[in-house]
Design a protein around this ligand. Structure first.
Ligand code: NOJ
Length: 709
């Protein structure tokens, strides 16, 4: 397809149509779909609907085929529709939610999750996925932390890149490969007070140093699209923000792919108070560099007027449309508009046995053991199961609309399948409903497993909470269980770090998040010891809501609190410590690892040199296990205040029972810089602190000097 020639043949209205994205029910009325936003009447006539360039959300191959067929019949130039959808952590084989995926600290595993998701999604004719979400997060009240990779810029980078590689697999023209749309550009994760869609206010320096890394890495990995955020940056909605869309994205990052608004977010600039009406919003959108408008109609209804008035707008329109058509061409849609959509293939590819087996492995690595007073693993013991998640199959979590929880095993079923002895089950969360007979049964068990948590609807988009303890009074269930004198293992199902101070009476606490299609099989294997837990947190767990935002890579302040030194006039709280309950990088294993003998190949490095840090990790236990060894750096003195520590590398290594591994990390110049407020890399000489450890609050350190010659 000759795109330049095609452009010449299109009318202005046809061009503008390419920038319109609509839900499939506009084309075929009886299609069912989940939309993440209100469905407002779009005041579109049939002619305009059939000018649209892309579709948001599609169910299955048959639906895609019928929408595409109907569309192409009416379309003058037979330009195929491009189908996009939220394939966030799997299509029908559901993998752990992204926050859980990040707790694997396993790049290639995450890449394969995206690969399988693409292969399955493509059978429905999906061409673009609205993933990865690379929003750095610091506030667990925000429901969308469940979709994120946590609080660290380095991990954002590694995992966003892995997902793009997995989805696109270097060549989006092939069947089984989908284009990645990284989102939400930018800094949506900083929604004030954790309330979704709320305003964002941050410095350019923090934007550049903390919040952009994931989007940038996705673009560098070749992501074909980027979605704007709902929030403002410097007071200007991201959807019409020239600084973001032109200066950062096009000029600094040389992005030549397609930009898309979030659902209705171009229209919403009116509510932001940055446009009087859709007509003005359309002008601001095209001037800023917004290509596709999702689920609102500012462009389709108003852009023609602007084009007529101002030839520069026509140039901008042409650029945007060309980008969209090039993406369609790159996806191979002009050759085959139904690419991938295959009703028969769909049946044998989705939920293939090897996909499910892999989903179980991923789930095993996502689970984080938070506490274990010699209670786990439960081997050959009589188990009583209580709490709502004892019998619930809801392990898919938010954003899994193609997945079906009914296919999943409940915890009870998974225990039974694994041959464990379950002597009592009660899904109630309310201690008042447990009578004497129940208590008798519970006392007969060796261990009580309390399966508790949030519902799927308590995290995710538009699902923020201001109190983030266990909901529905489930804390009382744990307190009650402990009064019976048995060991109590609390198994948590939830989409965010919760406040867990009140359930510390539990003998063991296991954070499982939402682990997907094979979640409970994985959880049982961990509880019974078949699998050794290895997940580590990527978000700090606060002790109370007042500590939020709490994150490990904070600045030092001018009056830092130094543990052990009593001083009233420093930065601290009267009523709670500065430290999190469970820090970034934290997670227990059934093995015991000791870190010893940190050394550096040299304590001085120049710009052209690399030095090597080594450390010995000793597994003192009789179980082999994975350990995630983390390397942090601190730049003591710089032109701007730098964080007290920043993750710069990690290794996930299997260490055999009673054995030692020496782990090495190269320290290179690019780990020592920071960004100025324009995004330029700055390297300053001086002293750095090297820290290696099992989590952010358990490190061994030594200093070295970086010299610029
Ligand atoms: C709104 C969400 O913010 C975004 O993440 C999603 O991709 C779109 N809706 C499309 O469903």
């Amino acid at each position: 397809m000759d795109i330049k020639q095609l452009m010449k043949e299109l009318t202005t209205e046809e061009k503008i149509g390419q920038l319109l994205q609509l839900a499939p029910f506009h084309f075929i009325k009886d299609i069912e779909m989940e939309v993440a936003g209100h469905v407002s009447p779009l005041s579109l006539n049939q002619d305009k609907i059939f000018l649209a360039g892309s579709v948001l959300g599609i169910g299955h191959a048959s639906e895609m085929i019928s929408v595409q067929e109907k569309y192409l019949k009416k379309s003058r130039h037979k330009i195929p529709l491009m189908f996009m959808a939220d394939i966030i952590h799997g299509y029908e084989t559901i993998f752990p939610v992204p926050l859980a995926l990040s707790c694997t600290w396993h790049e290639s595993l995450i890449e394969k999750v995206a690969r399988i998701s693409a292969v399955e999604a493509q059978t429905a004719g999906i061409h673009v996925t609205f993933s990865p979400m690379a929003d750095l997060v610091r506030d667990p009240r925000w429901g969308r932390v469940v979709e994120s990779f946590g609080e660290d810029p380095y991990l954002q980078k590694v995992f966003a890149r892995a997902m793009v590689n997995g989805y696109q697999n270097n060549d989006i023209s092939k069947v089984g490969h989908v284009a990645a749309c990284v989102k939400h550009f930018a800094a949506y994760g900083l929604s004030e007070a954790g309330r979704d869609y709320n305003t964002v206010d941050l410095s350019r320096s923090s934007l550049q140093n903390n919040f952009l890394s994931g989007y940038q890495a996705a673009i560098e990995a070749g992501a074909k699209m980027i979605m704007t955020a709902f929030n403002v940056i410097d007071g200007v909605p991201a959807t019409i923000n020239k600084y973001l869309l032109r200066d950062v994205l096009r000029k600094q990052w040389h992005f030549d792919g397609v930009t898309i608004s979030d659902y209705d977010s171009l229209h919403q600039v009116i509510d932001h108070g940055c446009a009087e009406n859709d007509e003005q919003a359309a002008l601001k959108g095209i001037e800023a560099g917004l290509d596709i408008e999702m689920a609102s109609t500012c462009y389709i209804n108003h852009l023609t007027k602007h084009v007529k008035h101002d030839p520069t707008i026509e140039i901008l329109l042409n650029q945007a449309v060309e980008r969209v058509l090039i993406l369609k061409k790159d996806l191979g849609l002009f050759d085959n508009p139904y690419k991938g959509a295959d009703v028969k293939q769909e049946k044998c590819i989705v939920r293939a046995i090897e996909h499910l087996e892999f989903a179980q492995k991923v789930a095993e690595e996502s689970v984080v053991l938070l506490k274990n007073d010699q209670t786990l693993p439960i081997e050959n013991k009589k188990i009583a199961l209580i709490g709502p998640y004892a019998t619930s199959k809801e392990t898919n979590g938010p954003w899994s609309w193609h997945g079906n929880n009914d296919f999943n095993l409940s915890l009870e079923e998974a225990f039974i399948k694994a041959g464990s002895e379950i002597i009592y089950v009660n899904p109630s969360h309310d201690p008042k409903t447990y009578d004497e007979h129940d208590c008798l049964m519970l006392r007969q068990a060796d261990v009580i497993v309390a399966a508790v948590g949030e519902t799927t609807k308590q995290s995710g988009e538009a699902h923020s909470r201001s109190q983030i303890e266990l909901p529905f009074g489930q804390e009382k269930l744990i307190t009650f269980a402990k009064t019976l004198g048995q060991k109590v293992v609390t198994v948590l199902y939830n989409g965010r770090p919760l406040i867990l101070e009140n359930i510390q009476t539990s003998d063991a606490i296991v954070e499982t998040w939402f682990t997907g299609s094979m979640g409970n099989q994985a959880i049982v294997d961990i509880l019974t010891g078949k699998v050794n837990p290895s997940g580590k947190l990527t978000m700090s767990f606060p002790r109370n809501v007042g500590q939020i935002p709490i994150y490990y890579n904070h600045l030092n302040t001018g009056r830092p609190k130094i543990e052990g030194i009593d001083n009233e006039f420093v930065s601290y709280y009267l009523d709670v410590s500065n430290q999190s309950l469970y820090p970034f990088g934290y997670g227990l294993s059934y093995s015991t690892f000791d870190y010893k003998n940190l050394r550096l190949s040299a304590t001085r490095m120049t710009e052209t040199e690399t030095i090597t840090a080594s450390i010995d990790i000793i597994n003192k236990s009789d179980r082999g296990g994975y350990e995630i060894i983390q390397l942090y750096l601190r730049d003591y003195v710089a032109g701007i205040s730098r964080p007290v520590m920043e993750l710069k590398g990690f290794k996930k290594v299997w260490i055999k029972a009673f054995s030692k591994e020496t782990i090495t990390f190269d320290i290179t110049k690019d780990m020592l810089g920071y960004k100025d407020e324009n995004g330029m890399d700055i390297y300053e000489q001086g002293r750095f602190k090297l820290m290696i450890g099992k989590h952010a609050e358990a490190v061994i350190s030594m200093d070295f000097d970086f010299i610029k010659e």
